[in-house]
Design a protein around this ligand. Structure first.
Ligand SMILES: C[S@@+](CC[C@H](N)C(=O)[O-])C[C@H]1O[C@@H](n2cnc3c(N)ncnc32)[C@H](O)[C@@H]1O
Length: 391
């Protein structure tokens, strides 16, 4: 059994723990910003392939008490590095330090790097190079109260990079956070979702993949695939199981709308690349004139909250967007459940609804809430329902 640590956005630790339990991980423990778990190497492969809310899966290489740089160096040299990389490959070390003999993370990272490089030099008379940007082997060191914990990053690039979005878009809500919020919600994963301010359609694509049981890692590569101890047969078998499990069609349609043509064209491209064009429909309209054309159970929406106030997006525009969203929810969503992601409490009040559940989550540097609203079947015009309730 190996020990692993999967990282995630703050607030999504419980959703990630549930994903890991479903994959068969043991001793799953949610910590701040991630989840510790144990399992065989096949679990690590499955975790990279299947985890939706995680950003990185790391394997523990070493945990040791150290009281000096030399003790740290010696501990790192006890590892058989030939299973982690070849001398032709590159490495990088990043470190986080607290309450220890050194306060300088750059210095301890350098010490670990030297220990690995010297390990190779002693055996091969050559040394691997360092590549801080795209290393074959990325090591992560935590030094806390003189206990060093050293991980290797199995994932490589962050797991939110699914491969369906060739260019990074403006929204700070990444794919892993969007998926984590969907998993943290009470959406049944078997019914349609509407996003009336869908932007680049992250909620819709991630929801479609959840409903289709499509493994989010099927379209990308991982760091472990380039390492000497990579088990190709095990990996092929893990991916084959995922391919077989995937549903090709869904008996319902996800629907998205946005008033911005540029956002919709990005969404269209991503939807095709994610191969969900058969079950996600888009249209262009203002949120308060949007009328969904297929049945749905749930609204999932991330309205602008002024996180990027620019020339095109003034405070008035943002208030106007929330007021219009309120009209949509009251007029089109009677009897449905709505989840609204908000980073601004005063804007949230413009909805005129009372939240039945609040899920705190960090989106970029902003502390947000995913708010759940049960919208009454027979609601009047905006403002009639639960006016004055705390948003
Ligand atoms: C924070 S972004 C949503 C990001 C989205 N979740 C994604 O995956 O990219 C807010 C979106 O609301 C849209 N929007 C703002 N006001 C709107 C309105 N009145 N009607 C329709 N869409 C609107 C913007 O064009 C923008 O795409």
């Amino acid at each position: 059994m190996n020990e692993y640590f999967a990282t995630c956005t703050l607030g999504l630790e419980d959703a990630l723990s549930a994903e890991l339990v479903a994959l068969g991980a043991t001793d799953v423990e949610a910590l701040r910003g991630g989840v510790r778990f144990f399992g065989e190497p096949e679990l690590a492969y499955a975790a990279n392939l299947w985890l939706r809310s995680a950003t990185r899966v790391q394997e523990l290489l070493l945990r040791s008490e150290v009281d000096s740089p030399d003790a740290m160096y010696a501990a790192v040299q006890t590892i058989d590095w030939s299973r982690c990389m070849t001398v032709e490959q590159t490495l990088a070390v990043e470190a986080a330090v607290r309450d220890s003999f050194s306060t300088h993370s750059g210095f301890v990272a350098l010490k670990v790097k030297d220990a690995v490089v010297d390990w190779f030099r002693e055996r091969h008379r050559r040394r691997p190079s360092v590549d801080p940007k795209d290393p074959h082997l990325a090591l992560h060191l935590v030094l806390r109260r003189n206990v060093m914990t050293l991980y290797r990053n199995l994932s490589g690039a962050s797991l939110h990079k699914r491969g369906y979005r060739p260019i990074q878009v403006k929204s700070p809500l990444n794919e892993a956070t969007a998926a984590g919020l969907l998993l943290a919600s009470d959406w049944d994963r078997r019914s349609a979702i509407v996003d009336p301010m869908c932007g680049s359609a992250t909620f819709l694509i991630e929801a479609a993949w959840i409903a289709m049981q499509r493994a989010p890692g099927l379209g990308r590569r991982f760091a472990f695939e380039r390492w000497p101890d990579f088990d190709r047969d095990l990996w092929i078998a893990t991916k084959q199981v995922a391919e077989e499990r995937m549903l090709r069609e869904l008996p319902f349609r996800f629907q998205g709308s946005d008033h911005h043509a540029g956002a919709l064209s990005l969404a269209e491209r991503a939807i095709r690349a994610a191969q969900v064009h058969g079950c996600v429909e888009l249209s262009q309209s203002d949120v308060d004139t949007f009328v969904p054309s297929h049945p749905f159970s749930t609204v999932f929406v991330n309205p602008p909250w002024g996180e990027r106030l620019s020339e095109e997006e003034s405070g008035d525009d943002v208030e106007d967007a929330w007021t219009r969203l309120s009209h949509f929810l009251h007029r089109q969503c009677g009897g449905k459940t709505a989840y609204v992601l908000s980073g601004n409490e005063s804007l949230t009040r413009l909805l005129g609804l009372r939240a039945s559940r609040r899920i705190p989550v960090m989106v970029g540097p902003i502390e947000c809430r995913l708010l759940k609203y049960e919208i009454r079947a027979k609601s009047g015009p905006a403002g009639d329902q639960d006016r004055g309730g705390s948003a």
